[in-house]
Design a protein around this ligand. Structure first.
Ligand SMILES: [Zn+2]
Ligand SMILES: [Zn+2]
Ligand SMILES: [Zn+2]
Length: 166
């Protein structure tokens, strides 16, 4: 059964306990991989943990540096292979414009999502509104266009930063 978005969606409130987010994400990853018979190997799991270090997107080379700093003999293909696996499992998303990765708070296999990117703190909220995806598919269909993938990136200010700047 897909996890309900409400249960796992960790809005990055200022002062929330991020360890809960990481724990929930890793639990969800284990379940997701178990369902698919996919192996969450040590390096894949570590890369997922590193992506979940915060709610801000992280680039592949920052992940590589973090692995090397831990004494792992990692090369770029190690990181990219792990990221490809995590993307395939729907455990992380790639933000195209930032060329960076962010953990999915409610992994349930591949899904289209909308990302709210805070221009002040850099944190990303995942908005998963099926109505938006459906509206895009319907609009595209009217033009004879078949959508294979959609990544919507929206910039603005998150709630915590709005309160701070108010
Ligand atoms: Zn968190
Ligand atoms: Zn997602
Ligand atoms: Zn913010």
């Amino acid at each position: 059964m897909p996890d309900s978005p409400a249960a796992l969606s960790p809005a990055p409130h200022a002062g929330h306990d991020h360890r809960d987010c990481v724990r929930a994400a890793l639990d969800a990853a284990e379940r997701q991989c178990g369902r698919n018979g996919a192996r969450l190997t040590a390096v894949r799991k570590r890369v997922l943990e590193l992506v979940w270090d915060s709610h801000a997107p992280v680039g592949a080379y920052a992940l590589l540096d973090a692995l090397k700093a831990e004494g792992q003999n990692a090369a770029p293909p190690t990181v990219y292979r792990a990221l490809d696996f995590l993307l395939d499992q729907g455990l992380v998303h790639r933000l195209e414009r930032l060329n960076a990765y962010v953990g999915c708070p409610h992994p349930m296999g591949p899904h289209s999502a909308q990302f709210l990117i805070c221009q002040s703190c850099g944190q990303v909220l995942e908005l998963e509104d099926p109505a938006i995806g459906a509206a895009i598919r319907a609009g595209a269909e009217r033009l004879g266009f078949l959508v294979s993938r959609q990544t919507i990136e929206v910039e603005g200010l998150c709630q915590a930063c709005r309160i701070q700047t108010a």
